[in-house]
Design a protein around this ligand. Structure first.
Ligand code: UD1
Ligand code: CA
Length: 454
């Protein structure tokens, strides 16, 4: 048996009021359809079939080169018609799993349960019981057995009272599916070829129809408008937050955390409110992240303290470091263990050595800074001459006085001291004191001006 996943994604999604096809709207910065594709791959479907129609160009651009069978449904004539377009890629012994490009939160475990529930030659439908089932297809049962699905618009008042609804997600035997699809008609209230009509066909052929239920009804929710999209986003984020807490992180408020990528945490990580994680973030044990931080593609070592309102992008921070408040670590910044970067300090493509400190109002770009260096307040590495970038090297134990400009390329030697307010254009040798500023003058006999009389 081969698993053949068919993802329906042909609809425009008129109610989104968007130029973008519905399935490209994002949950956690990832298009909804990508969530579905990733789940399909996790199930073992290497090359899912993507049934597309509206917005083909945008969809192809967004999906890039990843392995997919692209299946065009030129006209949207119903879910049965959509699946029928995928038939050329379905072989008789396939198990076909139908998923929806706008239903991103279905758990892998739920789909595995559905596939386990599916009888060898039968089919399985993922259903959910809703207090308000309006709009959904209703699951019809006789003596407990599923005998069919009736759509809202075709249902009798009696059938409308059924609370068990069709999620749309089904696992079907390839061979029979092909014969059923060929027999679908569109003589119903919507004039569509309903995939759901194959349930009654299967039943009349004496084929077993099983059901499975998700843990959480949000797993089968789609987004037809931006309100529903926002609800999916919150549900997804809460799920991420719960995972993080179970992995050992303490969240001040699980409702005020956004993960748009992946986060790995060690024990006793503490995360304050309104933190955003993007890309791949790794937090060592005992790390604290203050309020309003944005951390993207970075690794933070054990017991490091990221203070509020800091931004870290593509950087590596060692253990026992202190960052912020209001620090900005730009790509290729490296802070070695025990180093400190304070408020309004920006680093780019710079390594700050062990135990070194840049505590206030500083720009460190294209710099290599050794261990136990003290970078005074207001220090600027002048790394750019308008055309090229140059490196500033500051060796172990050096002391840079406040408000210094280090005009690269320039080197400050081991244990050298740069006097405050210096504009350093030539290297400072090891152990040297360099003062590169205008000398202080004392003007004798000077008098303050007096107000001119009119
Ligand atoms: C469908 C089910 C209904 C179920 C509900 C769950 C049918 C006939 N009905 O109804 O039982 O309760 O989903 O949400 O299957 N699509 C295509 N091509 C088409 C038609 C649809 O790709 O020709 C895609 C749409 O983009 C959408 C999905 O399939 O993502 C569902 O289609 P829609 O017409 O919205 O079905 P529902 O009326 O919601
Ligand atoms: Ca729908």
């Amino acid at each position: 048996m081969a698993l053949n996943v068919v993802i329906l994604a042909a609809g425009k999604g008129t109610r989104m009021k968007s130029d973008l096809p519905k399935v490209l709207h994002k949950v956690a910065e990832r298009p909804m359809v990508q969530h579905v594709i990733d789940t399909a791959r996790a199930l073992g479907a290497d090359k899912p079939q993507l049934v597309y129609g509206y917005g083909a160009g945008a969809l192809q651009t967004a999906m890039g080169e990843q392995p997919l069978h692209w299946v065009l449904q030129a006209e949207q004539l119903g879910t049965g018609h959509a699946v029928a377009q995928a038939v050329p890629n379905i072989t008789d012994d396939d198990t076909v799993l139908v998923l929806y490009g706008d239903v991103p939160l279905t758990r892998l475990e739920t789909l595995q349960q559905l596939l386990v529930a599916k009888p060898a030659n039968g089919l399985a439908v993922l259903t959910v019981n809703l207090a308000n089932p309006t709009g959904y297809g209703r699951i019809m049962r006789e003596n407990g057995h599923v005998v069919g699905i009736v759509e809202q618009k075709d249902a009798t008042p009696e059938q409308l009272k059924i609370n068990e609804v069709n999620s749309g997600i089904m696992a079907l035997p390839g061979k029979q599916l092909k014969s059923w699809l060929a027999k679908l008609s569109n003589s119903n209230a919507q004039g569509e070829y309903y995939l759901t009509d194959i349930i009654a066909m299967a039943h009349s052929e004496g084929i077993d129809i099983a059901t499975a239920q998700p843990q959480d009804p949000m797993e089968v929710e789609g987004a037809n408008n931006r309100l529903q999209l926002a609800a999916l986003e919150r549900a997804y984020q809460l799920r991420q937050a719960e995972k993080l807490m179970l992995a050992g992180a303490n969240l001040r408020d699980p409702a005020r955390l956004d993960i748009r990528g992946t986060v790995e945490v060690g024990n006793d990580v503490m995360i304050d409110i309104n933190v955003i994680f993007e890309g791949k973030v790794v937090l060592g044990k005992g790390v604290t992240v203050g309020a309003n931080c944005i951390l993207k593609d970075c690794t933070i070592g054990a017991n490091t303290d990221i203070k509020p309102n800091s931004m870290i992008d593509n950087a590596t921070v060692g253990s026992d470091c202190s960052v912020g408040p209001y620090a900005r670590l730009r790509p290729e910044s490296v802070m070695l263990d025990d180093s400190h970067v304070g408020n309004f300090v920006e680093m780019k493509k710079t390594t700050l050595g062990k135990g070194s400190k840049a505590n206030h109002l500083t720009y460190l770009g294209d710099a290599v800074i050794g261990d136990k260096v003290n970078v005074g307040a207001g220090t600027i590495t002048c790394n750019y001459d308008g055309a090229n970038k140059f490196v500033t090297t500051i060796k172990n134990g050096a002391f840079i006085g406040s408000n210094s400009s280090l005009v690269a390329p320039v080197t400050v030697g081991v244990n050298a001291t740069v006097g405050a307010g210096s504009v350093l254009t030539r290297d400072a040798a090891d152990g040297e004191l360099v003062v590169a500023r205008a000398k202080q003058r004392h003007i004798e006999g000077w008098q303050r001006p007096l107000k001119i009389k009119k």
